[in-house]
Design a protein around this ligand. Structure first.
Ligand SMILES: O=C(O)c1ccccc1NCC(=O)[C@H](O)[C@H](O)COP(=O)(O)O
Length: 261
């Protein structure tokens, strides 16, 4: 079984338990549920750096990255560095994240927040809104076209933007639809965990210009961003490169300074 299949199998059980514990009516009563959201895609379009900085404690590919940081300090550091948005991993088992991380981050910065999760059920989209997200990730590899349509339309009704993640042409072709805001090309092969920026380069020409293009994973240098920009990318999702340091905010400051040179 590949890693996505494993994660999805666990996720189904997790969601069933959560639904029994916290009914939808309770999610809808959250004080964060009615808040106005901030557009991540607009920030990316108008930004020079285009960085979406991620909070990521561990991962299936790297095991532990950094478990000793305070999530709110990381969020404030990223905001002060001038990133466009923040991605908060909420999966517990594989990434060491939680929905509490999302709420803590929401309380400590005004950045547009992406809930980075393996979304396979409408319930998780309601959670995203209730815990403070501005955008959700949908992963084409684990969803049918009908599910992508259904979930992205629900997100729209909740004023959440959608970043649709693809790994190849087939996933791109099945996913294109107007209810998506951003198209993310994941450079990480989830079978081998190898990262290759060529994936972003190769797929860029096939992504219609109506979508903000985001390159995800394995971005560890300013050079990589400078190489990807001519391919139309406006967003760059960076996790490990910042999180492996003692001060991810400071690393983002140095990174953006170099990018602006
Ligand atoms: O990061 C992993 O090992 C991973 C494995 C299986 C599914 C998803 C995975 N990562 C999620 C992400 O998309 C990345 O955290 C994100 O793009 C940032 O990547 P990086 O800059 O390489 O940390």
């Amino acid at each position: 079984m590949n890693i996505l299949d494993q994660i999805v199998t666990d996720k189904r059980q997790e969601i069933a338990l959560k639904k029994a514990l916290i009914p939808v009516s309770q999610l809808e009563q959250s004080v964060l549920f009615e808040r106005n959201t901030t557009s991540l895609s607009k920030r990316l379009k108008n930004s020079h750096s285009g960085i979406i900085a991620e909070h990521k404690r561990r991962s299936p590919s790297k095991s532990v990255i950094n478990q000793s940081l305070n999530v709110q300090a990381v969020a404030k550091g990223y905001e002060n560095a001038g990133v466009c948005g923040m991605s908060v991993l909420t999966d517990g088992k594989y990434f060491g994240g939680s929905l509490d991380d999302l709420t803590l981050v929401r309380a400590s910065c005004n950045l547009p927040l992406l809930r980075k999760e393996f979304i396979i059920d409408e319930y998780q989209i309601l959670e995203a809104k209730a815990y403070g997200a501005d955008a959700i990730l949908l992963i084409a590899a684990i969803l049918t076209r009908d599910e992508i349509k259904q979930f992205s339309e629900i997100a729209k009704q909740l004023s959440l933007e959608v970043l649709l993640e693809i790994h190849n042409e087939e996933e791109l072709n099945k996913s294109i639809m107007p209810s998506l805001d951003m198209l993310g090309v994941n450079n990480r092969n989830l079978k081998t965990f190898e990262v290759n920026l060529e994936t972003s380069k190769t797929l860029s020409a096939q992504i219609p210009n109506d979508f903000v293009k985001v390159s995800e994973s394995g971005i560890s240098s300013v050079k990589a961003i400078k190489t990807l920009k001519p391919f139309g990318y406006k967003g760059f999702l960076i996790g490990e490169n910042f999180m492996k340091t003692d001060n991810p905010g400071n690393s983002a400051v140095q990174f953006i300074k170099q990018l602006e040179r």
